[in-house]
Design a protein around this ligand. Structure first.
Ligand code: MLT
Length: 209
């Protein structure tokens, strides 16, 4: 057994659903924040939910930022590799079928999931990114053929500039990923439309009914 160096929850699947959802919370969340959402997205799937290690005024995040929307890129890179190593170790320790792993990130959690796709391609094969943006420009273009990504954005989200959401989608597509980008006339908050879009996408893309 490797040491798993993030505080996290692991909820085993019910044996009928082969998926494992990797839940990545937003700023101020923790390992419990997205468990209910995970259960709604894929009934009976296993859930792996780490808590971000960076504290901003006491609120957990997955990487440091200098101001809203201004990221500490060196910290982001280091934290991305740390999270990717955690995922690799959790796959081994919990006997997770990596092809059935779906990252589900919201806001800051979606941004570190995007960074993981860009810096450590292959670690996350499927990703749902709620309210995400291009977190950094990778030095070498990733190879993401076979990677499935759903992105949902809010046109009135003042934390996540729409242009940076579009840039992330373009970069992922150029890298070979299959990207679906869904827009709503809404702000940063998640809606039932986000949940239903993700439920349908999971069934369609992972072929799990
Ligand atoms: C970030 O810092 O990742 C984004 O600004 C979203 C957030 O505030 O969590």
């Amino acid at each position: 057994m490797n040491e798993l160096n993030f505080i996290h929850r692991f909820v085993d699947g019910d044996g009928n659903n082969p998926l494992t959802l990797l839940l990545l919370h937003g700023t101020g969340g923790d390992e419990d924040s997205l468990l209910d959402l995970g259960g709604q997205l894929a009934t009976g799937a296993a859930l792996l939910s780490p808590r971000g290690k960076v504290l901003e005024n006491g609120y957990p995040r997955f990487f440091r930022r200098l101001a809203e929307g201004v990221f500490d890129i060196e910290d982001l890179k280091a934290r991305t590799h740390e999270l990717a190593d955690f995922i690799d170790q959790a796959v081994e320790n919990y006997h997770i079928d990596r092809s059935k792993l779906v990252a589900v990130g919201y806001s800051n959690g979606a941004n570190i999931a995007a960074s993981t796709l860009l810096l450590r391609p292959g670690v996350i094969p499927n990703a749902i990114l709620f309210r995400s943006m291009l977190p950094l420009e990778p030095e070498t273009p990733p190879q993401l053929t076979g990677t499935q990504v759903l992105m949902t954005g809010g046109r009135f989200d003042n934390m996540i500039p729409a242009a940076l959401t579009e840039q992330l989608a373009t970069l992922l597509k150029d890298a070979g990923a299959d990207v679906v980008l869904d827009w709503q006339q809404i702000d940063h908050r998640l809606t039932m439309h986000d949940v239903e879009t993700a439920q349908k996408w999971i069934v369609e893309k992972t072929a799990v009914k």
